[in-house]
Design a protein around this ligand. Sequence first.
Ligand code: XIL
Length: 322
Amino acid sequence: IKAEESLQKNMPFPMGAALNVSLLKSNSSYRNLIIKEFNSFTAENAMKFASVHPAKDTYTWADADYLVDFALANGKRVHGHTLNWYQSLPDWVKNFQGTTADWENLLKTHIQTVVGHFKGKVASWDVVNEAVNEDGTLRSTIWLEKLGADYISRAFQYAHEADPNALLFYNDYGHEYSTTKRTAIINLVNDLKSKGIPIDGIGLQMHTNITQTDANLTAAITTAAATGLKVHISEIDISLNPANTPGATYTDALAEQQAAKYKTIVKAYNVIPKNQQFGITQWNVTDGDSWILSFYKRADWPLPFDAQYQRKAAYQGILDGV
Ligand code: XIL
């Protein structure tokens, strides 16, 4: 593929990346790459609860606005992430005391203020993120504790009221490695649909690695598509060093295995119905800025671009999937 070509021009569905706002502001190689290669952006952290709503009556929009303005100025779609997650909660929420009605009001106010702020600019939202455990039960979060299982339906209704045009997603990880979790998530979204809750799509994070089987990766996508909802591969990265092996290095052999896994995923995604293909979003941009390095404190090379902003074999793997 020629240098002037790109993922967004060559792929038949939107291609996205999760962006770090400080790199976006400071690094022109990063900016040039994302403008060229992608047509959809997600905020890696800038729209999370603790980022935008650090105190009860305080909203801080600067970073999220910067990302949204940058995206729209460059003609990109913005996917919102995320309105409800058990992580990224500010202390004021953890310490909040109140009745069930007060908690309902807290959740509603947060969701409607954030969705309302970006109305007409952010096309879609991960409304609820990571609500299900691997054993299929609901994760015991502050929201489950204070509001019961119904918090999930409420979150979707609140978001829909604030922006009836936004597409609303349930987002989670593990579809490819836990059939129990996958089944629970599929049951959850089907239940929401049958109750008339406004849900448009299902996000498969797909934080995976080269030891994952092609059959499992494909089954995750096929099963999600069988709901009839839109499917977003929302946070893909394919680890080459999942076991954090001491002295691990990036080799051509690993690069080829990674390319093959990217291809498998794209191939499975490419055959679901067109109107269900919301797109594929990678979590971060290059092997230099991947969250895996800092979050898991290990050497890794999970993305289609290397730390020098060059295309890897994985990039060709993506193109080969269609
Ligand atoms: C991660 C970010 O990449 C990190 O910078 C942050 O410290 C923690 O969150 N699933 C999700 C994302 O839905 O929001 C997470 O992002 C990665 C896992």
